[in-house]
Design a protein around this ligand. Structure first.
Ligand SMILES: NC(=O)c1ccc[n+]([C@@H]2O[C@H](COP(=O)([O-])OP(=O)(O)OC[C@H]3O[C@@H](n4cnc5c(N)ncnc54)[C@H](OP(=O)(O)O)[C@@H]3O)[C@@H](O)[C@H]2O)c1
Length: 257
């Protein structure tokens, strides 16, 4: 890809630009003017050009990441003119493809979803609708590309991204416990837990034919310390608040905008 525009240079767009730069160093990045701090970082990191208006970005690039929040889409669409040659990658969660196509007509619109760790090439990226060219481009820049024909399934992929913050919160509670009960240095406790969290992903990757529940019971077999804790978590339905968080966010995503 020769050039990529970004309108809405926020946290997620920044991470995606860094990932693409590593995979496709010849790509020239063209940024919209708001968020001077991130724009300056990307100027330094990838030699990005910062334009004076959003329209200049659209006039320079055929492929443009739309990185604004859902509530900012309407005003952006009213301000910038796109042509039928444009391909827009919209990151906003909760706005259906049909609405985006209407807003940005006659541009071709796709939806992409990923997490901030894409910056280091570690996140999966889901896309809707599937597009072989875009998938090939991202295949080199992130851990996995998940094309989703069904838009509800695509929408639900944001829940997996949201869960990153929930895992971190859980890790924080365990870190606190280790520090309080054993006097372990907080950074040591955090590093220990983080390494073990990475082990979980590794185990799942090494055993794609086994379910997560099966692996949990394999490690936490009866009579082991792990099994003792696992039995307690299952008996007290510790997964329930997580299910409720999923329901809560899903209902909010589906609310008419
Ligand atoms: N962050 C995540 O982990 C994550 C995960 C999954 C999905 N998403 C989705 O990704 C999208 C972006 O999230 P984010 O966390 O990156 O948001 P963010 O950091 O708030 O970035 C949005 C950026 O867009 C800029 N902006 C707003 N209106 C604009 C306009 N008319 N023209 C040019 N720039 C404009 C904002 O500038 P100002 O600061 O000046 O307002 C801000 O820099 C959201 O729609 C969200 O649903 C994010």
């Amino acid at each position: 890809m020769d050039a990529l525009g970004v309108i809405g240079v926020g946290a997620l767009a920044r991470a995606m630009v860094l990932a693409l730069h590593r995979a496709w160093p010849e790509t020239a990045f063209h940024l919209s003017p708001r968020n001077a701090l991130i724009a300056a970082q990307l100027q330094d990191a990838v030699g990005a050009s910062v334009h004076g208006t959003n329209q200049q970005v659209a006039d320079t690039c055929r492929t443009v990441i739309i990185g604004v929040r859902p509530a900012q889409l309407q005003s952006l669409a009213a301000e910038v003119r796109f042509s039928a040659h444009h391909q827009l990658w919209v990151l906003s969660a909760g706005t259906p493809l049909a609405d985006l196509q209407r807003l940005f007509a006659p541009a071709h619109v796709m939806r992409l979803m990923t997490g901030l760790a894409v910056e280091g090439g570690h996140s999966a990226i889901s896309c809707h609708p599937p597009d072989a060219q875009v998938q090939a481009l991202w295949q080199r820049a992130c851990a996995a590309v998940v094309p989703l024909e069904d838009e509800a399934q695509f929408e639900a992929s944001v829940l997996a991204v949201c869960a990153n913050a929930w895992w971190l919160d859980q890790l924080s509670a365990m870190r606190h416990w280790l520090v309080e009960h054993t006097g372990m240095a907080p950074e040591k406790a955090q590093a220990l837990l983080a390494h073990n969290m990475a082990d979980v992903a590794q185990m799942l990757a090494l055993n794609p034919e086994r379910s997560a529940a099966d692996l949990a019971r394999f490690i936490g077999s009866p009579g082991t310390y792990t099994g003792l804790g696992l039995d307690h978590l299952l008996a007290t339905e510790a997964h329930q608040p997580w299910q409720q968080a999923l329901e809560l966010v899903w209902a909010r995503i589906l609310e008419p905008k």
